[in-house]
Design a protein around this ligand. Structure first.
Ligand SMILES: [Zn+2]
Length: 134
């Protein structure tokens, strides 16, 4: 598998991208006030500390909002969701949602993180959680 590093990887985002290549979602978290931070930043937006750690969230989330994204001629559109992670209100990961009917997107549905490889880059995605799992 050839690995194409995202062109926007820099000092602040490297742990995020390297985590994905290792099969896990790694987010920034402030060591001082424990606020989760995403997208990655060098400074905590809650307390302004620059003491940033990196941790993996549980992968559990709720579908907060979405857009329907065309994917090209002859291909089904994709649902891109704002997944609000269980770890913190308004901690969103924007990613494709699998197994969703385009004309009946279940806002508020419980989601589970899965990682998907596309064109050599591993990216987050979410799957709807079965009723008995949530
Ligand atoms: Zn903080």
């Amino acid at each position: 598998m050839s690995v194409t590093w995202p062109s926007r990887m820099d000092h602040d985002t490297a742990p995020y991208w390297k985590g994905l290549q290792e099969g896990k979602l790694v987010l920034c978290r402030c060591r001082q006030c424990r606020t989760w931070i995403h997208p990655p930043r060098a400074c905590c937006p809650a307390c302004w500390a620059d003491d940033i750690d990196h941790e993996s969230p549980s992968g559990l989330a709720t579908l907060y909002s979405c857009v329907i994204q065309p994917t090209g001629p002859g291909r089904s559109p994709e649902v891109i969701g704002w997944a609000e992670l269980d770890e913190q209100p308004e901690l969103f990961v924007v990613a494709p949602i699998s197994d969703v009917e385009i004309d009946a997107v279940p806002l508020g549905a419980r989601l589970l993180l899965e990682l998907r490889e596309r064109d050599g880059v591993v990216l987050p995605a979410f799957a709807l959680m079965a009723e008995h799992e949530s």
